[in-house]
Write a protein that binds this ligand. Structure first.
Ligand SMILES: Nc1ncnc2c1ncn2[C@@H]1O[C@H](COP(=O)(O)OP(=O)(O)OP(=O)(O)O)[C@@H](O)[C@H]1O
Ligand SMILES: [Mg+2]
Length: 319
């Protein structure tokens, strides 16, 4: 059995007027896993994270970190967690290294000098670590924040929207070092409102909407296409033959032509089994086919479908 490092159970935050902004959230994170907390703006991601790291009080529920209850062993739990929730505050006039040292001095246990080198190396900040933080770009500050969060060797890293403000290269590097940490057995909970980002970064995602967890799923199962379902395919044709192909396909019962693209692509919907028949028909009519592409329902579509399902469920419950 895989080890559970973070165990959230019925976590709830109630605010004025009895409104639940996080409502009975339960999920678990395994050792060495990168777990995404995915949801639109206002879903309750930051609130959830703040309760986990003890920045705000939870109303109900429990948080267990490495088997320890946050309420009973708060200090021990905190020593297992490194987090960036709000933008980390640095002393601008000091170097990155001095900032880390300053932070390290506040740790419960003394941080050995090698550990500084390790975290700096990991977030690739060696070249600039002696520069003043006021000269740092947003991405560099973010790396310094991660280095700081990792300094005391936590088992669990929690990052709230860590890719905000990063360029594609920065996002990729973040992904790489989170994966490296995961391989070393460190688990990361990372929130985002972008599915495409979570898809590349995480092993599993917890999908949150209006304070509730509506789905927990592996990235693989989100990626899977269902071969028994209707497929949307795009046919790349010679522009002069598009209308002919269009008429031919429209006459087939099992095919629906959806649109023409750029004058030479036909987007059609058909069952998976019928793709060869369709192809044959076109070839027999002397229509040249340059490519047949399968257009899977995009992940964004699936995510929207999931959240729409979730919304429907929530509405039903409310009735
Ligand atoms: N102290 C509070 N009192 C009342 N409502 C609050 C409080 N804090 C947050 N909220 C509301 O709770 C909801 C969830 O907020 P939260 O910041 O957790 O969402 P989020 O998923 O992090 O969103 P985003 O993607 O925008 O960061 C929002 O509608 C927010 O306005
Ligand atoms: Mg937030």
């Amino acid at each position: 059995m895989s080890e559970i490092v973070l165990d959230i159970s019925n976590l709830t935050k109630r605010v004025q007027k009895n409104k639940k902004i996080v409502d009975s959230a339960s999920f678990q994170m395994k050792k060495g896993e990168i777990l995404g907390l995915l949801g639109p703006n206002g879903a309750g991601k930051t609130t959830t994270i703040r309760m986990i790291v003890g920045l705000i009080k939870k109303t109900e529920g429990s948080v267990k970190i490495n088997g320890r209850d946050l309420d009973e062993e708060g200090q021990a739990c905190k020593s297992e967690v490194g987090a960036i929730v709000e933008n980390p505050a640095f002393y601008d006039y000091m170097s990155g290294y001095k900032n880390l040292q300053q932070y390290g001095r506040m740790a419960k246990k003394e941080i050995p000098p090698e550990r500084y080198e390790e975290v700096i190396e990991l977030v690739k900040l060696k070249h600039a670590i002696n520069d003043k933080v006021k000269k740092y770009s947003l991405g560099m500050k973010q790396r310094l924040g991660v280095a700081q969060a990792l300094l005391h060797n936590p088992a669990v890293l929690i990052l709230d929207e860590p890719t905000n403000g990063l360029d594609p290269k920065g996002i990729r590097e973040l992904r790489d070092y989170l994966r490296q940490l995961a391989n070393e057995g460190i688990s990361t909970l990372v929130s985002s409102h972008l599915l495409s980002e979570m898809q590349l970064m995480c092993d599993r995602v917890v999908i949150m909407e209006q304070g509730k967890i509506i789905n927990v799923t592996t990235i693989e199962s989100l990626n899977e296409s269902n071969e028994t379902e209707d497929q949307v395919i795009a046919l790349r044709l010679n522009a002069s033959q598009v209308n002919k192909a269009n008429d031919l396909l429209n006459a087939m019962e099992t095919v629906t032509v959806m649109e023409k693209e750029n004058g030479h692509i036909l987007v059609v919907k058909t069952s998976y089994d019928h793709i060869p028949t369709l192809n044959k028909k076109l070839v027999e009519a002397a229509i040249d086919i340059y490519a047949i592409e399968l257009r899977k329902a995009s992940l964004e579509d699936k995510f929207l479908a999931l959240t729409a399902d979730g919304e429907a469920k929530l509405q039903k419950e409310a009735e």
